[in-house]
Design a protein around this ligand. Structure first.
Ligand code: SF4
Length: 363
């Protein structure tokens, strides 16, 4: 049994406390102490009796805490947090600023087994899955950090060039979470879904379900499972190619789940949830970025309720792919827009600190 209380949803805490002969409502006290007030020591949950706190400790329960080991800020304001794990592993989260939104891109695994060729994390291989507590704590710790930074700014009225310290108090919290950092979230399904439940709960961070997005390289069984859940975060698909032949060169998972199978699962997800799906498309020079590729993509997306994010490939050491360039991206976007597909060209963010898409884990 998982002993880290930070990893537990309210329902799981209820099972724990009733199993120890205590009333169910105590689960709410534990949950809000950890997820809302940031308590990291069971003895500090003073809404519980001393004897019950002692019982929890006796049962081996504890509250985990991630430690920031490095924090890097790009001139565009993007911040990369590097966290150390108790077993020596490292994971990264990226904080992005967009008007009044504060989006945190969180990791779900240490490394990744999927091997997408444009992605630095893929080259690390998979070390292990993160627990729900480790996923959630990326949000808790960064949230605490930006609140502290914001307060410092109020006191010092520091440089307007520093986006971390100049935004007002109303923006001092994470509003959106994307499970798009290191790892494939649907390969760590249970922990990620528990993290969604924890982050969405009104006694904790209370991040709206439409502000929680799972991004997958296309694990079909996971998408189908998600379609049947009682809680439905938004779904993003890292697509990157209009045909199996091109996609296989970029994303080995295509051999197992060809596009027809992937789109059948997306269709099922949409019939059940009525949610729009976001397709992420990383443009790589000479591989997937021509007008013909765009036309094939339009054909592929016909009938799917969706929007497309175009991202220029972010170079990193050890990978000799080339970014498409602005002109090719705009031409590609034009074809999609002319076909009535909502398309956004994503600005490159966090490149100098290796925090952009596909760069995590590259140092
Ligand atoms: S793009 Fe995502 S799924 Fe692919 S290797 Fe990188 S982290 Fe893994």
């Amino acid at each position: 049994m998982e002993k880290d209380l930070k990893s537990k949803t309210v329902a799981q805490l209820e099972r724990l406390v009733t199993g120890l002969g205590q009333p169910k409502y105590l689960a709410g006290y534990i949950f809000s102490a950890i997820q809302s007030r940031g308590v990291t020591d069971i003895s500090a949950i003073t809404t519980l009796s001393k004897s019950f706190r002692a019982k929890l400790v006796e049962e081996g329960c504890y509250i985990s805490k991630l430690e920031i080991v490095d924090k890097l800020t790009d001139p565009d304001g993007t911040v990369k947090y590097v966290f150390g794990l108790p077993d020596g592993g490292r994971i990264e989260s990226v904080l992005l600023f967009d008007d009044d939104r504060r989006t945190l891109c969180v990791s779900t695994q240490v490394g990744c087994a999927m091997g997408c060729v444009f992605c630095a994390t893929g080259r690390l291989g998979l070390a292990r899955n993160l627990t729900a507590g480790e996923i959630v704590d990326q949000v808790n710790v960064v949230n605490q950090d930006i609140r502290t930074s914001g307060n410092q700014a109020d006191k010092t009225n520091s440089s307007p060039d520093n986006l971390i310290t100049c935004y007002p108090d109303t923006r001092n919290h994470i509003s959106n979470v994307v499970f798009m950092g290191m790892g494939e979230p649907l390969a760590n399904y249970d922990a990620v879904l528990d993290a969604v439940r924890i982050l969405n709960n009104s006694a904790g961070r209370h991040i709206g379900i439409r502000h929680l997005t799972m991004s997958t390289c296309g694990l079909v069984e996971g998408i189908e499972r998600l379609a049947d859940e009682d809680i439905q975060p938004r779904l993003a698909i890292s697509l990157n190619a209009p045909t199996d032949a091109i996609r296989q060169k970029l994303m080995p998972i295509t051999k197992k789940y060809p596009l027809d199978r992937l789109f059948a699962a997306i269709g099922r997800y949409q019939r059940t949830t009525r949610n729009r799906v976001t397709f992420e498309y990383c443009l790589i020079k000479g591989i997937n970025d021509t007008v013909l590729h765009a036309q094939m993509l339009v054909k592929r997306l016909r009938g799917v309720m969706c929007n497309v994010n175009l991202i220029e490939y972010n170079p990193h050491e050890g990978c000799n792919l080339k970014p498409s360039g602005r002109q090719a991206i705009e031409r590609f976007a034009g074809v999609l827009k002319d076909a009535g597909i909502e398309t956004i060209i994503r600005l490159k963010m966090g490149q100098t600190i290796n925090a952009a898409c596909g760069q995590l884990g590259s140092g």
